[in-house]
Design a protein around this ligand. Sequence first.
Ligand SMILES: Nc1nc2c(ncn2[C@@H]2O[C@H](COP(=O)(O)OP(=O)(O)OP(=O)(O)O)[C@@H](O)[C@H]2O)c(=O)[nH]1
Ligand SMILES: [Zn+2]
Length: 218
Amino acid sequence: MSASQPSGNKSFDQGSLSGELDEPATSAVAYEVDLPRIERAVREILFAVGEDPDREGLRETPARVARMYRELFSGLHTDPRIHLQKFFTEKYDEMVLVKDISFNSMCEHHMLPFIGKAHIGYVPNGKVVGLSKLARVVEEISHRPQVQERMTEQIANLLVEELGVKGVAVVIEAAHSCMSIRGVRKPDSVCVTSAMKGLFRSNLSSRSEVMNLIYGGR
Ligand SMILES: Nc1nc2c(ncn2[C@@H]2O[C@H](COP(=O)(O)OP(=O)(O)OP(=O)(O)O)[C@@H](O)[C@H]2O)c(=O)[nH]1
Ligand SMILES: [Zn+2]
């Protein structure tokens, strides 16, 4: 299924399509990142650590870092709700699970990456979204200064608010570089967070089912 040509996939034709047909490629909100300001700041950091930002190898570094931050924080200027505006009215009312959605984010405490996988399960309440849209939501919510717990909650809340799901389970596992390359230096630690809403919160067997589907066989 392509984002702008949903009728190409027969399995989705059985339901009717709602929402915007001309979905933009991204949900970007107009904002011009101040690249020169980042460049000046990076030059200052290089001076402060005792480097010479004008030596050949570093000359282009401030501009590179500025472009890098624009990319890593691109989710600050997007509205991930847009990806959930287009849905399919399906009778399907069992769980849908997309697991192993890889992501990278930036820990807001140290501005170092945390990298991992998100698993999103939900039980629809008449509205089913294209599977890629869940990954798009993860992309945008992760490309911000984040903490893992907030990211987990934000994804779950978005599905509740936009799709009125009967239940949603978001599980995120990630390795935080701020814990591996510096500070306490525990390179093998993995942080796991979960947000359970609706029947995944109230019903133990639904919760066990989604956890088994995510982790079963591992
Ligand atoms: N709960 C949570 N903590 C995080 C996340 N990312 C980083 N941290 C933690 O944020 C904390 C910041 O602690 P501080 O004491 O303010 O900073 P610090 O002196 O650099 O801490 P150390 O990392 O222990 O050296 C650290 O314990 C990090 O492990 C996250 O996504 N969630
Ligand atoms: Zn950190």
